[in-house]
Design a protein around this ligand. Structure first.
Ligand code: ZN
Ligand code: ZN
Ligand code: FE
Length: 757
């Protein structure tokens, strides 16, 4: 029986080669009809034998183009037109565009083959791409996604490229960045003074890098700083110039097999490393690795990635591995155009390998590790932005401005949240400018006009002040750790009440203290603080975050453990005794010594007692060093106490700290002490969750907060909670750190608006 069916397919179906695939399948099955993009979906009308139609739909569902993500397919039978042939019709572009915008994609296998094929017309062309790969988010000015609305608009295709672009059977049909050496972007090489360097830009770059120079190399979302990854001298120079003495640097390898010689790669890590999103994957360095120890002096964790542009492929083929770190000054945004590059040339970079395809949108590399068999995002940016996070509810458009550090912001559409790329630390003026520009960009790009603004409770966050100055129907302040838990709930589609465990650095609490070791009960509509870690003073506030010994001193005095002071004085002879005396005075007189329940600061206390860190040169350094030495085979823990005080459980760790001091004085193995510390936190979480389950009859636990970037703690905590039959939810789509809180703010704002209605 002959039938004609209208199909409507939603999801990530634009810019991923969907229509040509439909076209090919329809021709294969001999169906008549057409396909086109409408503002909200791909629309297909197909006519043929009923059974063939069914096979066609099955095939589309089972083998869509590799990068598509089908959200829904609806089909309606319509009247026959008895025509023949199948065609691709132009897009219907009126109305609001609600399609998903594709993210940037690593060079595909077909393009890579052509790139290295001497008989191919794009042999060694550093901008080769096709319908299945290449830049997207970082070159699109506006949607619908057409070449005219990308930074490729100034490059007019040559006849051969145009023919490919126009042919539905060609794998470059409708590939907006399609280009070749005749008509497309070109490389150029410039020296520290910005003057062109003669010769082949690639060969010359390799020569310069080999001689130990540091180069700025234009990538998809900005410039990288590149240098050899196997020699200490270039890396030492890079660290000096970037004012980044210890924080780990990412490494790019020519291939997965080259990476596997230096780091351990599990099957999960390998597939993440090779995925079209191509994030930086954090892996464990092998003992016999020839990588410079300067790459990550604090830890065996190394950020590894594979080439994701043809330029990377050409470069790494000749010279691998390379350090590939963001090209910026400390805390400033990644350089993404020639003007920003200028001030870095001669000061940070010795030369630049650049090109004339503009970057429309700055986008840093994403950073992911595998924990408990799932991705654990440290940074979610290139390759993932602007992928949509499904929300369990609808509602009006919300803008959530996020936090202060590792900022991202978030906008919502019905059932959808779109989180920005990594913005950074808003303390820095240039980053704050990037933040403001990006919010405007997102609202224009996604055609969202938010009337509800969500922000942190902290009055002094730059994001909060920005939100307060905006015009809106409603502004909703969301407590920092409520937002962390809400983010975990939103990405896990949880709407029922949970026990939320937020272990974090610092966040403003509603009692004026600095929170960060929190247990909540509630749902997206609101949370109650059911328990928290004990308070102790942070002498100097931010100064204590920078100097972990201050936190240790604050803890020792608050808990009346005088040995702490003596131990610190012995461990850090570089700190004058007079300074220690001043800090003790501050604590005793409660001068600029805010109280904190922060789990991150508790890590600082313990790391300081180990002599691991007097001054942190980056956020989380003390905790990273402490985790690094932990003996993962050790399953013991230290004692702790939970006391109920005015209906809130307070978890005290003084017994643990005393035991640690005792073990240290006995000269016990530090790796076992570190492991016991981690295990103690896990036990405290489990015991408190058991108590809350008994009282509240809630069995779901949501884990969030920056401390859960520590995979040892996260994995042990998930395992132990699961053993106690809890349903455990953690982050696998957005980071547990402050890059996740915008999603939480938006979700809580939406829930509150709904509750009011
Ligand atoms: Zn390709
Ligand atoms: Zn061409
Ligand atoms: Fe936080």
């Amino acid at each position: 029986m002959r039938k004609r069916t209208a199909l409507k397919i939603t999801g990530r179906v634009q810019g991923v080669g969907f229509r040509p695939t439909v076209y090919r399948y329809a021709r294969e099955f001999g169906l008549a009809g057409h396909v086109f993009n409408d503002p909200s979906a791909v629309i297909i009308e197909a006519e043929g034998d009923a059974e063939t139609l069914r096979l066609f739909i099955d095939k589309l569902e089972c083998s869509p183009p590799p990068l598509a993500r089908i959200e829904s397919i609806t089909s309606t039978d319509i009247s026959l037109e008895n025509n023949t042939g199948f065609s691709i019709l132009p897009s219907a572009s009126n109305g609001s565009v609600f399609l998903e915008v594709p993210h940037d994609l690593a060079t595909c296998a077909n393009c890579r083959r052509e790139l290295f094929d001497p008989s191919d017309r794009r042999f060694k062309y550093p901008f080769i791409n096709c319908t299945n790969c290449g830049p997207r988010f970082t070159i699109i000015n506006a949607v619908p996604y057409d070449r005219d609305r990308t930074s490729m608009r100034t490059f007019t295709m040559c006849k051969e490229c145009q023919d490919e672009y126009d042919d539905p059977a060609n794998r470059r049909f409708d590939a907006q960045p399609n280009a070749c050496a005749v008509c497309g972007p070109k490389l150029s090489l410039i020296d520290a003074a910005g003057k062109p360097i003669s010769g082949d830009p690639l060969d010359k770059t390799i020569e310069l890098l080999q001689s130990g120079a540091i180069g700025a190399i234009k990538g998809l979302g900005g410039y990288h700083l590149a240098c050899l990854a196997t020699t200490d001298t270039a890396i030492a120079a890079l660290r000096l110039r970037k004012h980044r003495p210890h924080k780990a640097l990412a490494i790019m390898f020519a291939s997965a097999s080259a990476a596997a010689q230096e780091v351990f790669l599990s099957a999960d890590e390998l597939s993440l490393l090779q995925s079209p999103e191509r994030p930086v994957v954090i892996c464990k360095r092998k003992a016999d690795s020839r990588l410079s120890s300067q790459i990550s002096p604090d830890t065996n964790d190394i950020g590894v990635m594979l080439p994701y542009t043809p330029l990377h492929l050409l470069l790494l083929e000749k010279l691998s591995p390379l350090v590939m770190t963001s090209c910026n000054r400390l805390d400033e945004p990644l350089a993404c155009d020639e003007k920003e590059l200028q001030s870095l040339l001669g000061t940070i970079a010795d030369f630049a390998l650049t090109h004339n395809r503009p970057i429309v949108r700055r986008c840093d590399d994403s950073v992911v590790k595998i924990a408990y068999g799932k991705p654990l995002f440290i940074r979610r940016s290139r390759g993932y932005t602007p992928d949509i996070i499904r929300l369990p509810f609808s509602g009006p458009a919300v803008l959530a401005v996020g936090g202060q550090l590792k900022n991202t912001f978030c906008i919502t559409r019905p059932y959808q949240a779109i989180i920005s790329q990594h913005i950074g630390d808003l303390d820095e003026f240039t980053t704050f400018t990037f933040f403001k520009e990006s919010i405007r960009d997102f609202c224009d790009f996604f055609k969202v006009a938010p009337r509800i603004i969500a922000h942190d409770l902290h009055p002094d966050y730059a994001s909060t002040r920005f939100a307060q100055a905006l015009e809106a129907d409603r502004k909703i302040a969301v407590q920092h750790h409520h937002a962390h838990i809400a983010a975990c709930m939103a990405e896990n589609q949880l709407t029922k009440p949970v026990i939320g465990v937020a272990l974090d650095g610092t966040g403003y609490g509603d009692d004026g203290a600095i929170w960060g070791g929190e247990f909540f009960v509630g749902d997206l509509g609101g949370f109650t603080r059911a328990a928290h870690f004990e308070y102790f003073p942070l002498p100097g506030g931010d100064a204590a975050i920078e100097h972990p010994w201050r936190s240790a001193l604050g803890y020792g005095i608050a808990q009346n453990i005088p040995e702490v002071k003596d131990l610190l004085a012995a461990l850090y002879p570089q700190i004058p005794l007079s300074e220690i005396g001043v800090v003790i005075g501050m604590i005793n007189q409660k001068l600029n010594s805010p109280l904190t329940s922060s789990a991150g600061r508790l890590f600082d206390v313990v790391a300081a007692l180990f002599g691991l860190c007097a001054t942190a040169t980056y956020e989380g350094q003390a905790a990273i060093r402490l985790q690094q030495i932990a003996d993962t085979a050790c399953k013991e823990a230290y004692p702790f106490t939970i006391k109920n005080e005015s209906n809130t459980d307070i978890i005290y760790f003084a017994d643990m700290v005393r035991s640690i001091l005792m073990d240290l004085s006995k000269g016990a193995d530090k790796s076992a002490i570190s492991a016991r510390f981690h295990n103690t936190l896990t036990q405290a979480i489990v015991q408190e969750c058991l108590a809350l389950r008994a009282g509240q009859k809630i069995n779901s636990v949501a884990l969030s907060g920056g401390v859960f970037q520590n995979d040892l703690l996260l994995e042990r905590t998930i395992a132990e909670l699961s053993k106690a039959d809890f349903a455990v939810y953690h982050h696998t789509k957005v980071p547990p750190n402050d890059a996740g809180i915008a999603l939480g703010q938006a979700s809580m704002a939406l829930a509150q608006v709904q509750n009011k209605e």
